[in-house]
Ligand binder design. Sequence first.
Ligand code: FA5
Length: 348
Amino acid sequence: MSSERIEALLQRALEELHAATTQDALTEWHARYLGRRGDVTALLRQLGTLPPEERPAFGRAANALKEELQRAYEQREREIRELELAARIASEAVDVTLPGRVPPIGTLHPVTQMIREVTDIFAHLGFQVVEGPEVEYGYYAFDALNIPPEHPARDVWDTIFIESDQKEIVLRPHTSPMQIRVMQRRQPPIRVVVPGRCYRYEAVDATHEWHFHQIEGLAVDEHITMADLKGTLAEFARQLFGRERRVRFRCDFFPFVEPGVDFAIDCMFCRGEGCRVCGNSGWIEILGAGMVHPQVLRNVGYDPERYSGWAFGMGVERLVMLKYGVPDIRYFYQGDLRFLQQFDRIPV
Ligand code: FA5
């Protein structure tokens, strides 16, 4: 074989080596030229077939070719490794200047927000927040509250009964049973508010749910009067609905208070002139309240000659509806995020 052909093989191999741009192409190239069946290996094998006088020169040339290609191969391998690394770094690059994706974290339910707002107001007026059972004995839900078994007022609560045979067990229809539980456990002075779920066997409509929330209030001490009730509720209403609110107390009946009242504020939508929200009366009823009935005090072992007190109970959904103009109570429990996300002031 002439030195021209060795030179031609060298040129061809080097050209193809530079055309290889991946590890795979490089491996293929190596097999083609330097592998066991490669062109250079085949060249070296021809050595034995040459006349002895040509062998040394040919051997030197072929070995030089092999060494040069081996060097070029190693060099190209380094280049390709660097190229591939650079491409990977470019494709996996993270642009740290891009704005982050904020995960949706949800918000507190409007009823939870309102419970916190109301209990905060009362906490600042010196009331403690307590909670009680949703599954309740009939004794606490009715009897101890001066509602005897056959009293027609018992129907008023449209109660869901869990057991009615021996010991009456109900889903509490109001938070008032907690008046009894708190007074049984403690001695006056008592100032508590009790937020919680209530249940009634109710035909559901725009203002009535079968499951809703109330906040009960109870203050018992010596010399507690109706004036304390009026002052406390007026201050509460003004903190929640605005300092300019006017308030109204009218007679009402609940078996566990005497006298009983309903408490209303002037309508904040029409400023008392009369509109759809207040039914053209100019007033919006917020809650029921009254002086704790002497019989209820006796039922928990308090002396009504010494202690007096007042209590109130308000519907939480009703407060949210008033404050934010929600037209239908059913929105609260349908889980529609489009509704709930409007109350995103306080993240969880
Ligand atoms: C009571 O439940 C009395 N326990 C309140 C009370 C406590 C009076 C202490 C005196 C002393 P009433 O049934 O009116 O009262 O319910 C009070 C509030 O709960 C209502 O004004 C209303 O806002 C809310 N409420 C009652 N039923 C429903 C219902 N089905 N869906 C939504 N809210 C309701």
